[in-house]
Design a protein around this ligand. Structure first.
Ligand code: C5P
Length: 233
């Protein structure tokens, strides 16, 4: 079975992250390690998680000069991560140089995706940083640039997924957070979507955090998410 669920490991101690991993099955999910846990527990923790058989999406959203991002991405590839990401607004040279650096890893190269526009930014925020178009227009422009630079996909909201799927073709990876079942608490998410619906709209992978990490039985919650998406894509 293709594993579309990526569990967001948003924890503030290594112990709590490991306690969750102890309950999960790497055949049934992948995991995302972001800035908080990485800053806390570091590359050794990433190696530990990979050693337990999990595919790791290293969500550090690199954004720097091309040489720095390409070199940092190679270090992530050396760790053995499955996927990593950069900010598309870092530009063509940054994305192309990083793609070329990772090509050296051949069949072991991690997937490289880009963040387009952070969903926390409204049109007024974009205006303030000199972008005079709507978030959706900017997402579409940066997704097109990402494709053109030969990256594997983008992170996007479910609201953007169907347009991006139509614009990008079937091979482009769309990774979608903000996923909730009807019974799940929203947390701080403002716009959420169900797992099956997100897949129907064109998502390739769903990032799910608290509905699984805070569930009484994370494995049971994961099984429910997997059942909901089975056979849709
Ligand atoms: O707990 P929850 O399911 O809301 O976690 C969602 C995960 O996806 C978090 O790690 C969050 O940082 C990430 N994310 C998001 N919205 C974005 C980009 C990333 O929720 N636009």
């Amino acid at each position: 079975m293709e594993k579309p669920i990526i569990i967001a490991m948003d924890f503030d101690t290594e112990e709590s992250a490991l306690a969750l991993l102890d309950q999960l099955d790497p055949q049934k999910c992948r995991v995302k390690i972001g800035k908080e846990l990485f800053t806390l527990a570091g590359p050794q923790f990433v190696r530990n998680v990979i050693g337990r058989g999990f595919d790791v999406f290293l969500d550090l959203k690199f954004h720097d000069i091309p040489n720095t991002v390409a070199r940092a991405s190679k270090v992530a590839a050396d760790l053995g991560v499955w996927m990593l990401n950069v900010h598309a607004s870092g530009g063509r040279a940054m994305m192309e140089e990083t793609r070329k650096a990772l090509a050296e890893y051949g069949n072991d190269k991690p997937l490289l995706i880009a963040v387009t526009v952070l969903t926390s930014l409204a049109e007024s925020d974009l205006k303030e940083v000199g972008v005079d178009r709507s978030p959706l227009q900017q997402v579409s422009k940066l997704a097109a640039l990402t494709r053109d630079c030969g990256l594997d996909g983008v992170v996007c909201s479910a609201a953007e997924a169907s347009d991006l799927r139509a614009e990008s073709g079937s091979d482009f990876i769309l990774v979608t957070p903000g996923i909730r079942r009807p019974e799940d608490a929203m947390g701080d998410q403002k716009r959420v979507i169900g797992p099956a619906e997100a897949m129907r709209l064109g998502s390739s992978y769903l990032v799910v955090g608290r509905p699984i990490t805070r569930a009484e039985s994370p494995l049971q919650a994961l099984d429910e998410f997997n059942s909901a998406v089975t056979g849709i894509r």
